[in-house]
Write a protein that binds this ligand. Sequence first.
Ligand SMILES: Nc1ncnc2c1ncn2[C@@H]1O[C@H](COP(=O)(O)OP(=O)(O)OP(=O)(O)O)[C@@H](O)[C@H]1O
Ligand SMILES: [Mg+2]
Length: 244
Amino acid sequence: MNPVIKLENVSFAYNTNYILENINLNVEQNDFLGIIGPNGGGKTTLLKLIMGFIKPDKGKVEVFGKSSGKSNSRIGYVPQFNQTDKQFPIKAFDVVTMGLGHSKSFLPWNKKSDFGKVTEAMDFVSITDIADNTFGELSGGQQQRCLIARALVSNPGILILDEPTASVDSTVEVDIYKLLKKLNNDMTILLVSHDVGFISSYINKIACVNKEISVHGRDEISFDKISHEAYHGDFSMIQHKCNL
Ligand SMILES: Nc1ncnc2c1ncn2[C@@H]1O[C@H](COP(=O)(O)OP(=O)(O)OP(=O)(O)O)[C@@H](O)[C@H]1O
Ligand SMILES: [Mg+2]
């Protein structure tokens, strides 16, 4: 079967500074790909290339067999959290509705089904009861669930999450990963995380990104190995030799 995401010899620079070099990556249907690496290693940049927000300087990026950007409607995206998001002066329900994007219609009969889609997405992540609360007043975990519902509401084939659990405690983190595992039955998931230990039990592949990329299958995943590649030996338990 063809990969749902394919990067071939991709390089990308902001100005003249290469952030990613010679990236090759195949993501198959129903993969749960963990992406790790140090701050500034290029993880978010990689996601932006996949979504077509930015274009590679070299190589090609294909999503569902088309050049990236042309299949955006089939990707749900939970961006890296920042403080400004918290200040959204709107209700949780409206945040989720935003995820319908261009597919939102002003025709009354479609509006009705949009309402159904939003309710269904909120129900899936268990936040129906806080639909009328202001986004800024929600807990960190509820906000993340809300942003996941926003990404899910368009019924994407791929869900991309950039550090969705960075601002929540470990109990909420486990809940969110369990939720993602459930979603993984129906969709391909890419998840950026710094919690190597946590994600290793959910993912089936891991990509270490630090300007270059090194991808490992489930059977090759070992904590020592990954930590070294991605973090240049910042962790004390490292023994693995890798060029990254
Ligand atoms: N719009 C931009 N213009 C110029 N440089 C940028 C831009 N966005 C990111 N960069 C630079 O590109 C590099 C990679 O950034 P990126 O956000 O992809 O890293 P990351 O791996 O996601 O890091 P983090 O773990 O901190 O989120 C960084 O050095 C960053 O400063
Ligand atoms: Mg990032």
